[in-house]
Ligand binder design. Structure first.
Ligand code: GTP
Length: 235
């Protein structure tokens, strides 16, 4: 049974063309051709769903802006094409990405089997601390389902991925939520990392504003920390 992601913190989604930001992170969306990578990013960022299949050539760029408390986070999303022909182009994007979203469709066994290849390629070329989400798309086509929710969940647990979510770009189920979750995880990690490593680079770009304090966990609503969190490394 597909679960909808729920959030227990306050946030505000800002327009795609919003120019101001405090922190910016790069995300890459990968997976086989036709699994719905472009549709998912289009649905999440522009609320558009395209029935006709137009294969991405190379890559497309999207932004997702979200505010947590006083902080504005900009996600720079590189939606890549799944065709073999363009694979060498994609490898250039792995290195700078803080988070990778690997997409398969629950209606196609081959797209699920190929996650292994995408995951290995990502691990070969990316920052070792890159966060990874696994997404099973097209759950509106329940009658054509070949991959159960449990199977997707097991894969994510086996490889200790940061999140497993099922989505439908068509209905919009969880489409925005995966980017809200991505922004939250990257923001929390950024704050914890910068409390431990004053001036280190963690693949994020900032507007020059600095976080403060010495503690180890963060309240996403305020950006403030308390004493109870664990020490973690950021990507
Ligand atoms: P490449 O650009 O070739 O890598 O493909 P892609 O992964 O970006 O796939 P794309 O988003 O272009 O979608 C491929 C086809 O699947 C299109 O015809 C979409 O309409 C359809 N599609 C995408 N997501 C969904 C979904 O959630 N449900 C249904 N029913 N169809 C979807």
């Amino acid at each position: 049974m597909s679960k909808e992601l729920k959030f227990d913190f306050n946030y505000e989604i800002l327009p795609e063309n919003y120019t101001q930001f405090d922190l910016s992170f790069k995300l890459i969306v990968i997976g086989d051709s036709g699994v719905g990578k472009s549709c998912l990013t289009n649905k999440a960022t522009k609320n558009i769903f395209e029935e006709n299949y137009n294969a991405t050539i190379g890559f497309e760029f999207f932004t997702f802006n979200i505010k947590f408390g006083e902080k504005i986070i900009k996600l720079q999303i590189w939606d890549t094409c799944g065709q073999e022909l363009y694979r060498s182009l994609i490898t250039n994007f792995y290195r700078n990405s803080s988070l990778a979203i690997i997409v398969y469709t629950v209606t196609d066994r081959a797209s699920f089997d190929n996650i292994d290849l995408w995951y290995k390629e990502l691990r070969t070329h990316s920052n070792p601390n890159v966060k990874v989400f696994l997404i099973g798309n097209k759950i509106d086509l329940e009658n054509e389902r070949k991959i159960s929710t449990e199977e997707g969940q097991r894969y994510a647990e086996q490889y200790k991925l940061n999140k497993f979510v099922e989505t439908s770009a068509k209905t919009g189920f969880n489409a925005k939520n995966i980017f809200i979750e991505a922004a939250k995880i990257l923001y929390e990690d950024y704050i914890l990392y910068h409390k431990d490593n004053d001036d280190s680079d963690n693949n994020s770009e900032t507007s020059g504003k600095k976080t403060d304090g010495n503690d180890k966990s963060v309240d996403i609503n305020t950006g403030k920390s308390d004493n109870n969190g664990e020490k973690r490394k950021c990507c």
